[in-house]
Design a protein around this ligand. Structure first.
Ligand SMILES: [Mg+2]
Length: 279
């Protein structure tokens, strides 16, 4: 039987809110794909739950079966429109912070004036998020932050990405295992999918750990060239080049946004992808 766990980033991956144009058929075909029997859709995003719901409504995106939100710190199961948080996941990532609270970590990182705390709605128990100007000395700041966290015994990862429209850097301090990658692997095992039955799609920095992992992944054509190069070289270094598909510009619908996701599904799961009529 054909089954597929399709995990996709939202902003600038299936939401066409980047600089490149979107083909008018891209999202209608994507909706068709997601309605296929045997396909489970998972949104994997930096957005929190309410912003995910707003995006689904305003961009006419299909309803997901699961949502990995807040850059991997929360997983929801949608059951008949009801969002149920998966508590085993919270429990699993909590151990990385060794009992330290969000506020305690925030206080410990106050030594760095360039780090400006993001809005309350973008924070949660296991997500400490900052704005950082693109002009700041990232390398120096990241090293100092890492040292400080290590001293506290906290096992964290720093995830850097750029909000292109706003031209500001975003730094997320997360439990080491609260990444998009680990959250997808958790769902994959929890739901019993084999490697060849999982596909991920993304476009930017916080998608990279998945893009360069053994998980079958597609980088949409609308991604920044810098991300494309990094994804290519890191996946090669990891011996995972075969699991990375770079969407091209041709295809009947181009490769930007949802059209790139469709390309990836056609590449990795042709039996599933071929069920979508492109014209
Ligand atoms: Mg994105």
């Amino acid at each position: 039987m054909n089954k597929l766990l399709l995990c996709t980033d939202m902003d600038r991956t299936v939401i066409p809110n980047g600089r490149q144009p979107e083909h008018p058929d891209a999202r209608p075909r994507f909706r068709q794909l997601c309605a296929l029997e045997g396909l489970r859709l998972v949104y994997v995003t930096g957005r929190h739950r309410q912003l995910v719901q707003e995006a689904i409504a305003s961009w006419q995106l299909p309803q997901p079966d699961y949502a990995i939100t807040d850059v991997g710190t929360k997983i929801y199961h949608l059951v008949q429109g009801e969002w149920r948080e998966m508590l085993p996941w919270q429990k699993q990532i909590a151990s990385d912070w060794r009992g330290k609270s969000h506020d305690e970590l925030q206080q410990a990182l106050q030594f760095c004036p360039e780090l400006v705390l993001q809005e309350r709605s973008r924070q949660n128990d296991f997500k400490l998020s900052y704005y950082l100007p693109l002009s700041a000395n990232r390398k120096k700041i990241f090293t100092a932050v890492e040292n400080q966290l290590t001293q506290l015994g906290v096992d964290a990862s720093l995830i850097w990405s750029i909000d292109e429209p706003e031209q500001i850097g975003l730094l997320d301090v997360l439990p080491r295992h609260a990444t998009k990658l680990h959250a997808i692997e958790f769902l994959q095992h929890h739901l019993g999918y084999e490697h060849h039955e999982v596909i991920f799609a993304g476009d930017s920095g916080n998608d990279l750990p998945v893009l360069v992992s053994p998980i079958q992944s597609v980088l949409v054509a609308s991604a920044e060239p810098e991300v494309r190069q990094q994804a290519q070289s890191e996946s090669q270094n990891n011996g995972c080049a075969h699991a990375l598909y770079l969407a091209g510009d041709n295809f009947p619908l181009g490769g930007n946004y949802a059209a790139g996701v469709l390309q990836g599904v056609l590449f990795f799961a042709p039996q599933m992808g071929a069920q979508v009529k492109l014209s």
